[in-house]
Design a protein around this ligand. Structure first.
Ligand code: FAD
Length: 482
């Protein structure tokens, strides 16, 4: 496609879920949009590939999609019409403990509480009101900082969310299963669990487990990207792969450029006309730990000791709260824990299309120091074997990527950081720099739409949605159209 001769209202650089969401938000307002993607496949964190053996389809980045169904913007799109089918495992999440038992996050709050024994009532008191606050609470949490429409619900959520996960778990629960369950969901923050707001991630993910489930995409996460691209096309937008943008001078004429990039990459793009002071702020942006990722082709399902794990789409491996917290803290000290906290998904329990008949796949990662090249294969496989004796005997093939290889696969994963930068209190709402409009830059035609803006990492497209809104209020007001 020769797009250089054309003029576009907006050019989006990068086709991750946020880039595609931004493009869709603009195309819905009758703006002409072009998305340019460096990789030869569109989708960014939403790509799938036969990483191990023919017929075994693995997700190269995102796999489990509670934020996609929970997203106030993506959930308004007719993605099913463009081939997307989300499949719900019987159980969203299980967290095994030594001795063959497991804590289970069931779709039902009641059943989850029953499984947590004497901590059940406390679980209901903690999670029940957050789930009841529903969509309006998600609208606030998955967006930039602003005054909430339901201040009481937000205050109730905020009181727990602001705490370190270790504190929230210990004030609410007495027993190991409930404490471990909360530690596991909170560890998605990639923060030390002793740090403020680490609890927030856990509460949101648990809430989504009950409210919308933790589904996977039939055929792989690439199908989400294909549906977004299909929908964008139906609105008149275009997307082009294999175009690496290294300078804005290479872009076709445009009124606004939206970068689905993180600060370090933006600093590497030429001709952005960003002033030195803003560039300095971008250069101070902090990246967090990376991930070591592993995908397996298996000749049978994983032989979990705890029955519940066999029906769970996601399994958190790391044992007790103390053990998970100590592993995550070690990563922040620059160490590689011998017993890392592992996030594992087993999509073939609901999606047989991902592997040949009677075969299975599994996807897992653990956190490692930023830029690590250490091979965590045996540490991760030992954690699986600990809760599923016989697992290693079922491996047909494996594919691994260390933190540096994650960045080579997608330059937005700087040093292997999958959240587009640390999501702690100082950088949660002020990403990438403290500004009234974090999506805008001092260049009135340049906007940032990646997960390095609020609300941060995950497949929700909300960074793209808000960046598009910012462009529509600014550079695109004068560009005509809708
Ligand atoms: C291993 C892993 C597991 C994950 N698991 C989950 C999960 O289970 N659930 C979940 O919700 N989230 C998960 N995530 C996070 C999720 O994938 C990201 O938060 C999300 O993809 C961010 O979207 P984005 O649009 O901001 O950026 P990305 O999806 O990273 O897309 C950025 C795109 O920009 C392109 N690009 C970069 N530089 C240029 C350039 N100069 N020119 C042109 N194009 C460029 C890149 O190639 C890339 O395609 C995971 C991420 C990883 C890496």
């Amino acid at each position: 496609m020769n797009h250089h001769k054309k003029r576009f209202d907006a050019v989006v650089v990068g086709s991750g879920p946020n880039g595609l969401a931004a493009a869709i938000a603009l195309a819905r307002r009758q703006k002409s949009v072009l998305v340019l993607e460096a990789s030869d496949t569109l989708g960014g964190g939403l790509r799938s590939a036969e990483l191990t053996l023919p017929g075994f389809v693995h997700d190269t980045c995102a796999e489990v999609l509670p934020l996609t169904v929970g997203s106030p913007f993506l959930s308004t799109m007719p993605l099913a019409d463009f081939g997307l089918q989300l499949l719900q495992p019987q159980i969203p999440l299980a967290h095994p403990l030594d001795g063959g038992r497991a804590a289970v996050l069931d779709r039902s709050i009641d059943r989850t509480a029953q499984g947590l024994g004497t901590d059940g009532a406390a679980y209901q008191r903690l999670i029940g009101p957050i789930v009841a606050a529903g969509r309006p609470l998600l609208e606030i949490l998955l967006g930039p900082l602003r005054w909430p429409a339901q201040p009481l619900a937000m205050a109730r959520f905020g009181l727990g969310a602001i705490l370190p996960a270790t504190v929230l778990a210990r004030i609410n629960f007495r027993q190991a299963p409930a404490q471990a369950l909360l530690a596991g969901v909170a560890a998605h923050s990639i923060l030390p669990l002793e740090r403020p707001v680490s609890a927030a991630f856990g509460l949101v993910l648990a809430m989504l487990g009950h409210a919308v489930g933790w589904p996977v995409a039939r055929g792989g996460s690439q199908r989400v990207a294909e549906a977004l691209v299909g929908y964008l096309g139906s609105l008149g937008g275009q997307a082009c792969a294999s175009v690496h943008v290294s300078s804005t001078a290479e872009l076709p004429q445009h009124a606004a450029a939206l970068f689905d990039l993180t600060p370090r990459q933006i600093l590497g793009v030429g001709d952005t006309a960003l002033p030195a002071a803003y560039r300095r702020q971008l250069s101070r942006y902090r990246y967090g730990p990376g991930v070591f990722k592993i995908d397996w082709a298996l000749d049978a399902p994983i032989p979990w000791q705890a029955e519940a794990c066999r029906a769970a789409g996601t399994v958190h491996l790391g044992g007790t709260l103390a053990e998970v917290a100590s592993g995550e803290a070690a990563v922040w000290r620059g160490e590689h824990p011998a017993r890392p906290f592992v996030i594992l998904a087993q999509p073939t329990i609901v999606d047989p299309t991902r592997a040949p008949p009677d075969r299975h796949i599994a996807w897992a990662y653990c956190h490692v120091p930023n830029g690590s090249t250490v091979d965590m294969t045996s540490a991760i496989e030992a954690q699986v074997e600990r809760f599923a004796p016989g697992f290693t005997g079922r491996i047909l093939a494996r594919s691994t990527r260390d933190a540096c290889q994650m960045e080579a696969h997608n330059p937005n994963n700087v040093g292997g950081d999958i959240n587009g930068g640390v999501q702690d209190l100082p950088q949660l709402w002020t990403r990438p720099v403290p500004r009234r409009d974090p999506y805008g830059t001092p260049n009135p035609r340049l906007f940032i739409c990646s997960s390095a803006t609020p609300p941060g990492g995950g497949v929700h497209g909300m960074c793209g949605f808000y960046a598009a809104r910012s462009a529509l209020r600014g550079a695109l007001v004068a560009s005509g159209g809708g």
